[in-house]
Design a protein around this ligand. Sequence first.
Ligand SMILES: O=C(O)c1ccc[n+]([C@@H]2O[C@H](COP(=O)([O-])O)[C@@H](O)[C@H]2O)c1
Ligand SMILES: Cc1cc2nc[nH]c2cc1C
Length: 357
Amino acid sequence: MSTTLNPDTLPAMPDLHDAALAARLQALLDNKTKPQGSLGALETLALRLGLILGTEAPLLREPQLVVFAADHGLAAHGVSAYPSDVTWQMVENFLAGGAAVSVLARQHGLALTVVDCGVRHSFGHRTGLIDAKVAWGSADALQGPAMTEAQCAQALANGAALVQRLPGNALLLGEMGIGNTSAASLLMSRLTGLDIADCVGAGTGLDAAGVQRKIEVLRAVLQRHSGAQTPLQALAALGGLEIATMVGAVLQAGAERRVIVVDGFITTAAVLVAAKLRPHVLQRCVFAHRGAERGHALLLAHLQAEPLLALGLRLGEGSGAALAWPLLVSACAIVREMASFDDAGVARRSATAPVTG
Ligand SMILES: O=C(O)c1ccc[n+]([C@@H]2O[C@H](COP(=O)([O-])O)[C@@H](O)[C@H]2O)c1
Ligand SMILES: Cc1cc2nc[nH]c2cc1C
């Protein structure tokens, strides 16, 4: 491993497990005026948020939805249904407030920031856009590595630095990049050992023949980079400047004990890379949804993640993270505000009632 891409330089990620706090949070939930466990997944979520934030009174502050954007050399091989220009055009749409995620972020009071990690376009200085451009798109991974080790290290550092400057205690992940389902599928296959055919889907809307061609291209890419086996080697070779920047952001957010809200297939692939480097980062993650992109369900299963929603989304941008956000707010409010049996003078479960699961 070269010194530029050294995993030892990444942030430490201590185990968040705190049996005493978990027991106190569970007791708080069990004493609320409801049959035990009746708020289902919201209770699991409340426990997780309490543990991440290290408190019995979890409160989410100044949530930040960050859309990581970049272009992909592999897009030249017809692996997407749309042209690469859509990446910069959608960045303009985010900045103008007209994209799906713009609408949802406004609706839910989420600060929206777009990061140019490597878009093939010059935006100039713009409100709401962070310039973290490492290159004008990643290189064609069929010809060589998608990024040099130095570029990958720069993207990781950019992601960490931008999170350090963000306020609040929650990071919602979004991305935009024509061709980035290919990079995500490549990373998934390499880091899980699953066959590439199980990791590839229609992305923006390829037909069945298009998906077959995409699988063939990606199989050749994996062959070309058979030596790139560690998480960081795979990240540099198989690419995605927005994915690499996101990995840096996720590791920094996790180290700062921010709540990380994971969106669709591509953001989950970034979390996979981060988790292979620092497994405890998964304790800080809330998986917003299981999307329609083939591979996402398998990837979530690999991570033993239980997503909150299943709406058939395949948009990205952070749209699923934004849609799930009110559930996180509700979970925290339940812990902080709901009355206990004692507070409200409500009778507890009868001592003689049979115990059920
Ligand atoms: O989030 C997802 O699960 C998801 C699934 C399919 C496509 N996308 C979005 O579509 C783009 C990538 O698709 P493609 O076909 O160009 O690789 C990129 O901008 C993603 O945000 C996102
Ligand atoms: C129009 C469009 C919007 C998107 N948002 C995220 N990925 C996208 C891909 C396309 C093609």
